[in-house]
Design a protein. Sequence first.
Length: 496
Amino acid sequence: MKLTLKLISLLILVIVSALALDGYLTLQRESVFLRSELEGKAYRIGNALRQLITDTWRTSGSRRALTLIEAASLQDQTFRIRWVWLDVATDVNLADKHVPLVNREQLQPVLRGERAHFEATDERGNRMLVTYIKVDVADPRSGAIELAERLRPIDEFMAASLQRQFVLAGVVLIAGAALTAALGIGLVGRPLQRLTAKANRAGQGDLDGPVEVRGRDELTELAVTLNQMCENLAASQQRVRNETEARIATLEQLRHADRLRTVGQLASGVAHELGTPLNVVSGRASLIEGGRLTDDDVKASAAIIRSQAERMTKIIRQLLDFSRRSPAERANIDIRELIACTVEVLQPLASKQHIELTVNPGDNSPLSASVDSGQIQQVLTNLVVNALQATPAGGQVTVSAMPETVNAPSDVEAVSDDWLCVTVADTGEGIPEELRDRLFEPFFTTKDTGNGTGLGLSIAYGIVKEHDGWIVVDHDYNAGARIRVYLPRNKPEVQG
Ligand code: ADP
């Protein structure tokens, strides 16, 4: 609409300028023409009278000649004819009826017998066009016929012309504006509105519904290009969606494979862990089988067998839970609980290797974060399994979680500086300086075939990044290795 308005305003400006110029020139021309008509008429009348006056002056005397002139003048004063003495000073006696309306100095051309017209004001204040025709008579003074015609009719005619021009300009202006507005809105405004709406919808991600503009002008070409662009965009968006879905599926498979590998490692710990209760169950069963136990002893042995069976069920269920592929889903969870649960699953592996796996209790207050618990458990498991593998028998692996206020690295989009930091520290061999840059590369491993795939840390890195966090490998930790995971923290709600 703004473009249409601009076009209309510009067009109106051009029309008004053209009309104003035309009106001005026409009025000028008419004014010049009317004036020259008046001048010509006065000159012709004056010339005709001159001959008559010269003859009458000579034959019948001055009085008769002057009476003739008076008689020729019109009664309504619009066209006056007078006899004037040219060499009389006007300012001496204005009341004298033979004093010219024009100053004596201006009358020099008339004295020389030239044709001359002047504009002057009569005694009543009327603007007059004054013409002098010199007449040679038998008198020592120089005399002339003065023909004075009121200019008011010309002024009135000019005013009427001006008014007509204004009316004409107004009509042209209104008609032009209405026509341009109708054409502008129909040909430019509406199609542009449709194009703008389409561009806005496309900007908000709605690429459907091609814009319809009829005709063969540039706007139609623009509409076709816009429709084509939206179609291309929709196609490439679909391609990106498909590729992303394929990538996510692959990543999921990779993560699941990594979990299963960990399950394999845990299985040996579980098998070791099951040894003790199985021995207890077997011993108690043998005792009962010997038949020498009292009823109460049999009952006590059965209770022990039941509790050991429950313990074994729990160990196996934890392993099965860990290996299960669960759909990605975020929820508010307490990270400390997740750590406790993960450490419990890994405990058999640690005890098989005679490593003390502990959770540093910290201040024990709940640490809430909005995470996918399965994925974060996988991160923790990978870090702890790595720590257990790097730590010799008799060593220690400690897991802790603390709230921390820290500035995020530049590549992390942080909404606040409130984080929770999960630390896995071990007393193992440590990570050599030269390997630190490569730890998160997929398939980078220093372990023997069968022991390492090189996926654990790269998968942990991907998961933490998806959670808008980051991982730090500490350089200044000399006891072994220490890896910290930062996750965005949900601030506890302030009570009261
Ligand atoms: P993998 O454990 O299958 O080798 P990871 O990506 O989990 O793959 O680990 C990559 C490498 O990082 C390991 O091979 C190991 O050299 C090193 N690493 C990881 N954690 C530790 C640790 N706690 N102590 C020493 N080295 C470690």
